[in-house]
Design a protein around this ligand. Structure first.
Ligand SMILES: [Zn+2]
Length: 459
C-alpha cells in the first residue's frame, strides 16, 4: 500500500459525479484544501498538493445513511428471517438491556467501520439504548473514534422498554439535555446531535409527541421519528397540532398516506426510506420511496439495522428499484400512476437528498466547492463493473463495498487502496464476537415462530 495522502490534495483522472446540478462533473479535477473542496474543474493547478492519480475510478460524494441503529450491529444478520416482532422481542427487549457501556462502544465502532468500508461518510445513528450517561458517552466516543461524520440521535432507554413505548406516559428522557450540554454542544463538529423521538405512533400518542418535539426544539436540535408502521395517521396528528416543521425527519413511512407526504412537503420537513428492510422485514413493509418522490419530497435512504441488512447503500439502492418495480407490476393502485424510480433517483437519494434530510446539505452530500471533502473513489475497472456505459447505472446496478477504493471524511482518508485504515478493526470484531457469544450463551435467541414473511405487525 502506498503512503496515505494527507494535507492538500488534487484528485486527477476520475470521472466525477458531483450530485450538484450547478457543478459540472465528468473528467474534471477536484482540489481539496484544509479538509474542504475548494475547486472542481479541468486542469486545476497541483501546486502545494499531493496528486492522487484516480484514473479508472468514479469520484463522488460519500453515501449518507439517514437511518441506522448502530448499536444493533453486534447482532449482525440474526433477524434476516424474522419479522419485526421477533426482532423487537429478541434484539431490543431480550438483548439490548444487557449491553454495557463498553459493549456499546464496540457495537457502534463495529457498525461505523463497516459503513466507512462501504463508502458511507455520513451516518445518522438512531440510538435507543440510552440506559445511563455512561452508555451514552461510550456510544458517542465510538462515533468520534471512527472518523466518520455522524449524527447521534438521542433516543430512549432500552431497560424496561415497554414503559417508554406505546401506552407510555413518560416524556422523552430529560437526560437528553445533559447530553446536549455536556457531550454534544458543538453543531460544527464531525459528530453532532439530533433527537430520536418515539413520535405519535410508537409512544404515548400525539400530545406527548408534541411535547417531545418541543423539548428538542428547546435544545435547538432536529428530531427524527418512525411513522407509518401501524396504519395510524401520525403525521396528520402532528399537523393538527401545528407541530410539523423543517426540523423533522420521518423514518420508514410504509403506511403514510399521500396526503401526509404533502403535509410534510408543505412544512419543509423530510422523509427517508430503508427499502431493503422495508422489502424483507414483515411489519415495516413496503418502501414508500416512489410515493415520497411523487409528493415532491426528496427522500434520503438508510440501512436501518445490520440485524437484517448489509451495511452498504448499494444494496439499499437496488432494493428501492426492485421493490418499486414489483409494486408497479403487482398493480397496487397507488403506484400505477407513479413514475418509475431510476438509477439517478436512487443515487441522488443516497447522497445529496440524504444530506438534506440530515440537515447537513451545507456541509456534505455533493462535490461542491465550499463543502467538506466527504468523497469516495469507486474503482470502475474492477472485473464486475468494466466496461462502463454509464457510471451511475453501473454503480447502482453492480457496485459493492469491494469496489470502494478510497473514502475520505473532511479530507481525512479513512480507506485507501481498498484497505480500511482504522488500526483496531480486527480487534473490534474480536471484542464483538466475545460480547455476542456471552449474550447468546446467557439467553439464546428463540423466535416466536411466525412464518417467515408474516408478522403480527403486518395489518
Ligand atoms: Zn429504525
Amino acid at each position: 500500500m502506498s503512503d496515505v495522502p494527507e494535507g492538500n490534495l488534487l484528485i486527477r483522472g476520475a470521472h466525477v459525479l458531483t450530485q450538484d446540478p450547478h457543478v459540472a462533473g465528468g473528467m474534471v479535477d477536484v482540489r481539496v484544501e484544509a479538509g474542504k473542496i475548494v475547486a472542481v474543474g479541468p486542469n486545476l493547478p497541483d501546486a502545494n498538493a499531493r496528486v492522487i492519480d484516480a484514473r479508472g475510478t468514479v469520484l463522488m460524494p460519500g453515501f449518507v445513511d439517514t437511518h441506522r441503529h448502530l448499536w444493533s450491529s453486534i447482532f449482525r444478520f440474526m433477524a434476516i428471517d424474522w419479522g419485526y416482532n421477533d426482532y423487537y422481542e429478541i434484539v431490543q427487549i431480550q438483548y439490548s438491556p444487557r449491553l454495557t457501556p463498553s459493549d456499546l462502544y464496540t457495537a457502534n465502532l463495529l457498525g461505523a467501520l463497516s459503513a466507512i468500508d462501504a463508502g458511507v461518510t455520513t451516518l445518522r445513528d438512531e440510538s435507543h439504548v440510552q440506559n445511563s450517561p455512561d452508555h451514552t458517552a461510550e456510544l458517542v466516543r465510538a462515533l468520534r473514534d471512527s472518523g466518520m461524520r455522524a449524527v447521534f440521535a438521542y433516543g430512549w432507554p432500552s431497560i424496561d422498554l415497554l414503559s417508554w413505548q406505546f401506552e407510555s406516559t413518560k416524556p422523552h428522557p430529560s437526560d437528553m439535555r445533559r447530553a446536549r450540554e455536556e457531550l454534544l454542544r458543538d453543531d460544527s463538529a464531525l459528530v453532532t446531535m439530533n433527537a430520536m423521538l418515539r413520535g405519535p405512533e410508537l409512544g404515548g400518542g400525539p400530545d406527548l409527541a408534541v411535547r417531545d418535539i418541543e423539548f428538542a426544539r428547546e435544545l435547538n436540535i432536529r428530531s427524527s421519528m418512525h411513522v407509518g408502521h401501524l396504519k395510524e395517521p401520525g403525521i396528520e396528528w402532528l399537523d393538527d397540532r401545528g407541530a410539523l416543521g423543517p426540523d423533522l425527519l420521518f423514518l420508514h413511512c410504509p403506511a403514510t398516506t399521500d396526503h401526509e407526504f404533502e403535509l410534510v412537503r408543505d412544512s419543509g420537513g423530510h422523509v427517508q426510506a430503508t427499502p431493503w428492510i422495508e422489502s424483507v422485514m414483515g411489519g415495516v413493509r413496503p418502501p414508500s420511496t416512489a410515493r415520497m418522490l411523487n409528493a415532491g419530497l426528496k427522500p434520503g435512504l438508510g440501512i436501518d439495522t445490520e440485524t437484517g441488512a448489509a451495511s452498504d447503500m448499494f444494496n439499499v439502492m437496488r432494493a428501492a428499484l426492485a421493490a418499486d418495480s414489483l409494486m408497479h407490476k403487482l398493480g397496487q393502485t397507488d403506484f400505477e400512476k407513479l413514475p418509475w424510480l431510476t438509477s439517478s433517483d436512487v443515487l441522488e437519494a443516497a447522497t445529496i437528498s440524504g444530506a438534506a434530510a440530515a440537515g447537513l446539505s451545507d456541509r456534505t452530500g455533493s462535490v461542491t466547492p465550499g463543502k467538506d471533502a466527504d468523497l469516495i473513489l469507486i474503482r470502475m475497472d474492477d472485473i464486475n463493473l468494466f466496461p462502463v456505459t454509464d457510471p451511475t447505472k453501473a454503480i447502482v446496478a453492480g457496485g459493492h463495498p469491494g469496489n470502494v477504493d478510497t473514502v475520505m471524511v473532511a479530507g481525512r482518508i479513512l480507506k485507501w487502496e481498498g484497505k480500511l485504515l482504522h488500526p483496531a478493526w480486527r480487534s473490534v470484531q474480536q471484542d464483538a464476537q466475545v460480547i455476542l457469544s456471552r449474550l447468546v450463551e446467557q439467553s439464546p435467541p428463540v423466535p416466536a415462530g411466525y412464518v417467515p414473511g408474516v408478522d403480527k405487525w403486518d395489518q
